[in-house]
Design a protein around this ligand. Structure first.
Ligand code: SF4
Ligand code: SF4
Length: 337
């Protein structure tokens, strides 16, 4: 499933934000136009893909958000909206008026929640108001960007607002050449131990984990993998391409790699062609360095494709200080970072 950035505007300033390169308040191309939305829908439909994720910034801030969602639904698309849910209450009221909440309608929200103790009180109030209105259409999301995170608040919100019992768990990735907070390679292991310290809470609250990209198999012991298996939807130790389309129709593999030779959607004639291009870009990176550890080069789990070797953005970040020469296109981008 690909992601369309509806707007570059946001309501939060998360320290780990990996989209910050694309955020702007006064850019002429800060929002997707109707013409481009219709082009994207036609492009995906003709490629046989009827699922689309809407991202931002904060997608709910797009001036035509409800109409665009209704249009996608009317065209038979399954729509997932990634939101902070931290929007003003009047906007939530207006969306509640226009958007369907019937469970049968294929419109869902993944609410990327930050720890309330680290967020402004007003923001927390807005999030809770949104969850109160749309709870049954929402699943929680959480991005790990430091090893001492606390998930206790999530279980409370899931139960209080009847959220979907599936947590989309992300690992904050570095943006090569930028300065967002993320988990360093050496803090992945402690962060995974911390995650597993909540395993009984996940089981007791019937909350399943869905690992996003960038997790690594060897950051868990065998015993921990057993515990993780019991509280997760199918385990995933992969790495993109995710396919993000900006409001100006530029496409890149995923946010952290967005400085790496982005292309225009108009250059491709199908989703398959676009995926092939970015898969090949990813293969080029992996040909230079297999994964985030030296051991990845010889790892059997990588050979059998059970683990891709971690987030390619970590590899590029390391390569920035030690540029390679085999792939001129990537090398040129690294020098420009
Ligand atoms: S490089 Fe791979 S793991 Fe890292 S954010 Fe992109 S798709 Fe995910
Ligand atoms: S491929 Fe790399 S990250 Fe994955 S399990 Fe093997 S050594 Fe670990």
């Amino acid at each position: 499933m690909a992601n369309l950035l509806l707007t570059r505007r946001c309501v939060r300033t998360c320290p780990y934000c990996f989209a910050r390169d694309h955020m702007s308040t006064n850019d002429l191309h800060a929002e997707v136009s109707w013409e481009d939305l219709i082009y994207v829908v036609d492009f995906f439909e003709s490629s046989g893909e009827k699922r689309l994720s809407l991202l931002g910034g904060e997608p709910l801030l797009h001036r035509h958000f409800p109409d665009m969602v209704l249009y996608l639904l009317q065209r038979g698309f399954q729509v997932t909206v990634f939101t902070s849910a931290a929007i003003p209450q009047e906007l939530t009221d207006s969306l509640r008026h226009f958007l369907p909440t019937d469970p049968e309608i294929p419109l869902d929200f993944v609410c990327n929640l930050n720890e309330p103790t680290l967020s402004p009180k007003k923001e927390n109030e807005c999030v809770e108001y949104f969850l109160e209105q749309f709870g049954t259409k929402c699943g929680p999301g959480f991005n790990i960007y430091r090893p001492d995170f606390d998930l206790t608040f999530l279980f409370d919100l899931v139960n209080r607002y009847g959220l979907k019992r599936h947590l989309r768990l992300g690992l904050a990735a570095p943006i090569p050449g930028a300065d967002n907070q993320c988990l360093s390679i050496s803090s992945i292991r402690p962060a995974m131990k911390r995650l597993l310290s909540f395993s009984e809470d996940f089981a007791r609250n019937r909350l399943q984990i869905g690992l996003d990209c960038g997790f690594t198999l060897c950051s868990f012991t065998d015993e921990e993998l057993g515990k993780l298996f019991k509280i997760s939807s199918p385990l995933n130790f992969g790495c993109g391409p995710a396919i993000d389309i900006g409001p100006d129709m530029m496409v890149w593999s995923c946010f952290p790699l967005s400085r790496l030779a982005p292309r225009s959607l108009y250059e491709f004639s199908s989703l398959e062609e676009l995926l092939d291009h970015f898969r090949s870009q990813m293969n080029d990176i992996r040909a230079e360095a297999g994964g985030i550890h030296y051991e990845c080069d010889e790892c059997q789990q990588r050979e059998i494709k059970r683990c891709e070797g971690g987030c390619a953005a970590h590899i590029l970040k390391a390569m920035k200080d030690e540029p390679f020469i085999r792939l001129p296109e990537i090398n040129k981008c690294l020098q420009n970072l």
